[in-house]
Design a binder for this molecule. Structure first.
Ligand SMILES: Nc1ncnc2c1ncn2[C@@H]1O[C@H](COP(=O)(O)OP(=O)(O)OP(=O)(O)O)[C@@H](O)[C@H]1O
Ligand SMILES: [Mg+2]
Length: 403
């Protein structure tokens, strides 16, 4: 189960259904997947949309509502049923619970009552399902300057994560003007982030998934808009709603940030669990890392989630040492990705991920291990960075000529 619960509702009464929708829209822990105004159709709606939660408003016809609870409980046992009624009649509450309802809510619904009930449901579902505890991890990848390898890392990290069949990965290209994630994956997407963001209030999960381009690696891509001016169609609110819906279905969302660190980039950073800050070992990059970290420092939760990734380490000359880099930025280096000009040129020219082009190359293994580390999987020679000796060992493993 993801962080956001998908809910389907049925209420033949237009007024109470509207109130219910308003309450639901005010909660960012739920996504209204489907609404229905007839009891007769609701079991089919649940079967088709497979929500985490079904909410049945009982007061239009309590007998029909009770048989509906029983029908949905048997046809869709994974869907947790909540019921609502203005009645406090003990018999009605008992009958609805016996038929399969898990929570009884009193009309008119209040957002705090619904939020508390949803929290209980979530806790139960997390307890019941092994997969559910995974949730969705949002990883934003940004660069300290242009051309440091942000997209290379975002795309290939997405592919490494998707190689594990228990994981499902969406990749969002937020470099709205010049993003090239589609080129990295040699795809011609039908829909872009602008199309999806513009229509998000009309999309359900099935339609959203159809709007993504599935790459053979398993990664689902949401690319940048085709027309430059269409970037303006994406608002903070629509981006958040796209992410909320994606979170209900994917275990990982990777975001390739733009170098402008504009409003949408900062929104994505706020929504992320991890922010990978890609840098190289030269002064302009490290200076920018310091500047960015000063901005992020204003928000302690942000500082916590930033992880510094050194890309293209191990080049022969001219690089600042890791020790000096750490002193300059006053932070540990979370990961180092070796320089491999030859493999990266091939990858780029062929439009295939590292895992396909060079599965055994040092750079591929490094990104695979980064994926594992971010998922909390142990890796013998993981991260480090706080030991110069260890870092040297890493960098010397894959010496490669710079371009
Ligand atoms: N570890 C690496 N070793 C060698 N070359 C690399 C490595 N990582 C990236 N590159 C190369 O660096 C160049 C820039 O990479 P990429 O496009 O991923 O960077 P970016 O930060 O996304 O750039 P932009 O600012 O244009 O979005 C590409 O030619 C890529 O092949
Ligand atoms: Mg890029």
């Amino acid at each position: 189960m993801a962080n956001v619960l998908r809910i389907a509702i049925v209420d033949p009464n237009d007024a109470t259904r509207e109130n219910l929708k308003t309450v639901l829209l005010g909660l960012d822990t739920v996504w209204l997947e489907a609404e229905c105004s007839r009891y007769e159709f609701f079991a089919d709606v649940v079967e088709q949309t497979k929500p985490d939660i079904g909410l049945i408003a009982m007061d239009s016809d309590s007998e029909k509502a009770i048989s509906l609870i029983a029908e949905v409980s048997s046809k869709a046992p994974d869907c947790t049923l909540l019921v609502s009624s203005a009645s406090t009649d003990g018999r009605l509450i008992l009958e609805s619970m016996r038929a399969g309802a898990k929570e009884f809510l009193t009309e008119p619904l209040k957002d705090e009552d619904l939020a508390t009930a949803l929290q209980r449901v979530k806790r139960q579902q997390v307890g019941n399902s092994a997969e559910s505890s995974v949730g969705c991890r949002v990883i934003a990848v940004g660069g300290a300057t242009g051309g440091v390898g942000t997209s290379s890392i975002a795309v290939n990290l997405a592919c490494s994560l998707a190689a594990d069949e228990s994981q499902s990965v969406a990749l969002i290209d937020l470099d709205l003007a010049l993003g090239d994630a589609d080129v990295f994956l040699d795809t011609i997407p039908e829909y872009t982030l602008a199309d999806v963001a513009q229509n998000i209030s009309r999309l359900d999960l099935t339609l959203l998934k159809k709007s993504l381009t599935r790459h053979s690696s398993g990664v689902h891509l949401l690319p940048r808009p085709i027309q430059l001016e269409d970037g303006r169609l994406i608002t903070s609110d629509s981006l958040r709603r796209v992410m909320d819906l994606l979170k209900t279905s994917f275990t990982h969302i990777i975001i390739d940030l733009s170098k402008s660190f504009g409003t949408l980039d900062m929104d994505a950073i706020q929504m992320a669990d991890d922010v990978l800050m890609v840098t190289q070992l030269d002064l302009p990059c490290l200076r920018n890392v310091v500047r960015l970290m000063m901005t992020f420092d204003d928000d302690p939760s942000l500082r916590e989630k930033v992880k510094i990734i050194v890309n293209r380490g191990g080049q022969d000359s001219g690089q600042i040492s890791l020790k000096k880099a750490q002193e300059t930025i006053n932070r540990d280096i979370y990961w180092q990705i070796p320089n491999d000009y030859r493999v990266m040129v091939e990858v780029r020219n062929n439009g295939v991920p590292l895992l396909e082009q060079a599965p055994k190359a040092g750079i591929t293994l490094s990104i695979n291990k980064l994926a594992d580390a971010l998922c909390g999987k142990q890796s013998s020679d993981a991260a480090g960075g706080d030991s110069e000796t260890k870092s040297r060992r890493w960098l010397n493993l894959w010496p490669a000529k710079s371009p």
